[in-house]
Design a protein around this ligand. Sequence first.
Ligand SMILES: [Zn+2]
Length: 332
Amino acid sequence: MRRCESDHLLGGIVARSRPCRLIAIIIAALVLLPIEASDAGWRPKIFKGSSRHAGPPKRVKAARPAKVARRSVAARPHGTRLAALGPVVLPHSALKPASPTCNPATFRVVVDVGHTAESEGAISARNVAEYTFNLRLAKLITEKLKDDGFAETRLLLTEGKARPSLFKRVAAANDLSADLFLSIHHDSVPNKMLEDWDFEGRKSHYSDRFSGYSVFVSHDNPDFAASLAFAELIGKELKAQGLHYADQYTQPIMGRYQHPLLNKETGIYSYDELIVLRKTRMPAVLLEAGSIINRDEELEMDSPERQNMIAGAVATAVKEFCEPRWDILGPP
Ligand SMILES: [Zn+2]
């Protein structure tokens, strides 16, 4: 994934705050913010993670239009309380969705195949292009979601050179009015960490130093809170399968590829500059399913068992994201 965007994107952020509107939103956010939003272990790290995003303005950004806020409430993990409402009394009906929340039959997930046939991304330890891994896993996830009733799921294949393809993906997802965007990738390491070996008589490169999946979100997505909620569900499901996340992105050795870790339990990182996460108009997550530069993990990622495990975990996460939390809101 590293070769997708990061080389060209730093510095491309535009400030968008509006002071007058901010005050009103801050008041609304303080009234409505569930208690976990300030108590959860990951939350402070979100605001510390990037200096550009430190401080109150980013908290304000969590206030979203009603439709999106409703989905975020629905996606919030069990145990959410509304204690922060304090003395404010809202009619119970005000806490319920105005219309049926998520209907799998109409909920549209766009599963983006990372990279293109022309620009294939990383090369595995055994000289297989990342694009091949991405395409196979994204197809499997798409099939799994359709089998589970998410009939509107779309597999997004993009052509062309690397950077233009990023904007094509965003335009396609926005034109499709997707409800959720998931970009599928497989991981490698910075070139300086590569070691040489011979594979089938050909000089090849590998690094067995790191392994694991990782999940990325961007604070600049218009619905960061929902993006994070979906990322958390993916991380939780992958962890439940016994998989571990790649922790090297916290290490200084990663240089410019170092990213803030938002949740040390589930392996969620912020990667604010990624175009496909910040330009899409719906909640968006990028999944690095595993490392293909690690020789052992490449074999695992090549196995139907691992592919089915990950596809199943992602599908479960989508279902959990979609399903309303009636234990919070009461029966319909
Ligand atoms: Zn990639």
